[in-house]
Design a protein around this ligand. Structure first.
Ligand code: BEZ
Length: 189
């Protein structure tokens, strides 16, 4: 029916084709954030007021943790990953971490509901990368079109000091949480 069908593409294929084309046409955007890099000066969204927050401002002068998840309310993220940071928040503070953030490619209303469901308020702040701009720029995007309907975040954790990435761990299998859990991170702080 659509032009996509006539060209022989399904929606998922078109999604990955778009990404590949974007990578070829716009190589400057396809950078990978690595240890030693400063966070990009981009804006994400926080909370029900859809407040725009600038990453460089948010992380300036602080020792922070930013962990990313494939999706709010997905099984591993909800049962294991987010709860680990809520549970160990005081231990992280005791190790000199001043703020903890969770990032996902979900809208801020979903992120708020997920925070409420996990008692994360006042401990883990939720950052919405609704358009996947951060994860694409950081080389941390994951095409989960087939499972969750679009581009999402890999499961990762960063330690960020005054806006500079000091440690970065990415799960080899995004459906599992191992090296990115709070208790694992605590051992390396
Ligand atoms: C999870 O359980 O966290 C998950 C499920 C499907 C895709 C990615 C992650």
């Amino acid at each position: 029916s659509s032009i996509m069908h006539r060209l022989g593409f399904c929606a998922g294929q078109l999604g990955s084709l778009r990404l590949r084309l974007a990578g070829q046409l716009l190589p400057a955007r396809a950078m990978s954030l690595k240890v030693g890099d400063k966070l990009p000066a981009m804006e994400l969204v926080e909370g029900l007021e859809m407040k725009k927050v600038n990453l460089q401002e948010l992380f300036a002068g602080q020792r922070s943790i930013l962990f990313g998840v494939p999706g709010a309310f997905t099984p591993t993220c909800s049962r294991v990953h987010l709860p680990s940071y809520v549970r160990d928040y005081d231990k992280l503070k005791a190790k000199g971490i001043s703020q903890v953030f969770c990032l996902a490619v979900n809208d801020p209303f979903v992120m708020q509901a997920w925070s409420d469901a996990n008692g994360a308020e006042g401990k883990v702040r939720m950052l919405s990368d609704t358009q996947a701009i951060f994860v694409e720029a950081a080389g941390l995007s994951l095409d989960l079109s087939h499972l969750l309907g679009g581009l999402r975040a890999k499961r990762f954790v960063m330690v960020i000091e005054d806006g500079v990435v000091k440690q970065l761990d990415v799960e080899p299998d995004p459906t599992k949480a191992t090296c990115t859990l709070a208790d694992q991170l605590l051992q390396s702080l």
